[in-house]
Design a protein around this ligand. Structure first.
Ligand code: HSE
Length: 310
């Protein structure tokens, strides 16, 4: 029997303009799982995290990830996954992607790394497909690889890790509102007016250029979303007011984290991120909406092997 223990970080998808194509990994917040392999066939998932998860194994994002991995390497095995620590589902910081990434990365480590990093991301994306009905890598890729990741294309998958300026922090607030990712995708229009498309690809280019040259101002002013935010912000009470107040304390940008309802502010100073976090808490609590706030450094590290035993 062989066993691994792995960590996969939380992540923030889209970074404003990069709907489905840009995401970033966060430091130290994430999922920890253990995977054991023994002779035979079948999958068991044990949840010791204390976070509620679906009873039905077919509804757990780990299931399609493990199956897709075994299919890729052409092997059968008896796999037991224990979820030790888990980001709360619906928190808007890539809960399903962290489980999917941990399962894909952990399986790869368990079997002696037969898959490339890109193939590990492809396996993790199977979990995202189950969670949201969409086949996107903007949480899964940064969760596996760390840092800020651009998905240039999906057919075939073409992923580029972008440079992360040294001291980037995110204040993230998870207001206790229910916004299901599937629904948040379904409300988006199938067609985009040319004017909005032009503004969006200008901003994506600006964000990538800003990250590559370390131009903080350019990064901040490029993080604007003309495609999803106009439809999704109505689920977040006082969204525009919060953004105005956060800009006043010096954040570089504030956007919806992935499909929401979480919101994040990108900052180039920890003090500003702390201030932004406090402001976010007051914003929602002042509206009788409970929330959790995280102030976290943007991470260059993705999944980590924490232990292995044979
Ligand atoms: N890019 C995806 C979306 C991320 O915005 O729907 C989901 O977390």
């Amino acid at each position: 029997m062989k066993k691994v223990r792995v960590f996969a970080p939380a992540s923030i998808a889209n970074m404003g303009c990069g709907f489905d194509v840009i995401g970033l990994a966060l430091d130290d917040v994430g999922d920890i799982i253990e995977i054991t392999e023994s002779e035979g066939d079948g999958l068991t998932i044990i949840n010791k995290s204390g976070v509620p998860m679906p009873e039905d194994i077919e509804m757990n994002v780990i299931t399609p990830v493990v199956r897709s991995f075994l299919q890729r390497i052409g092997k059968k095995a008896k796999i037991e996954v224990t979820i030790c620590e888990k980001i709360y589902p619906g928190s808007g910081i890539g809960s399903s992607a962290a489980s999917s990434a941990a399962a894909a990365y952990g399986m790869n480590e368990l079997f002696g790394c037969p898959l490339s990093e890109e193939e590990v991301v492809l396996c993790a994306m199977e979990g995202e497909r189950l969670a949201s009905g969409g086949y996107h890598a903007d949480n899964a890729a940064p969760a596996v690889m760390g840092g800020i990741v651009l998905i240039r294309g999906y057919e075939p998958l073409d992923i580029i890790k972008l440079p992360v300026p040294g001291n980037f922090y995110c204040a993230v607030v998870h207001p206790h509102l229910v916004v299901n990712t599937k629904e948040a995708r379904e409300i988006l229009p199938k067609e985009v007016p040319m004017h909005d498309a032009v503004s969006q690809w200008g901003n994506v280019g600006g964000l990538v250029a800003g990250l590559c040259t370390g131009n903080i101002g350019l990064i901040g002013r490029s993080m604007k979303d003309s495609i999803a935010e106009p439809y999704r912000k109505k689920f977040i009470p006082g969204f525009d007011e919060l953004r105005g107040n956060l800009h006043d304390v010096g954040v570089l940008a504030m956007n919806i984290s992935g499909s929401g309802p979480s919101v994040f502010a990108l900052c180039d100073k920890n003090e500003v991120a702390e201030k932004a976090g406090g402001m976010m808490r007051r914003h929602f609590e002042g509206r009788d909406i409970g929330c959790e706030v995280y102030v976290v450094k943007v991470s260059n590290k993705g999944c980590k092997l924490m232990g292995i035993s044979i």
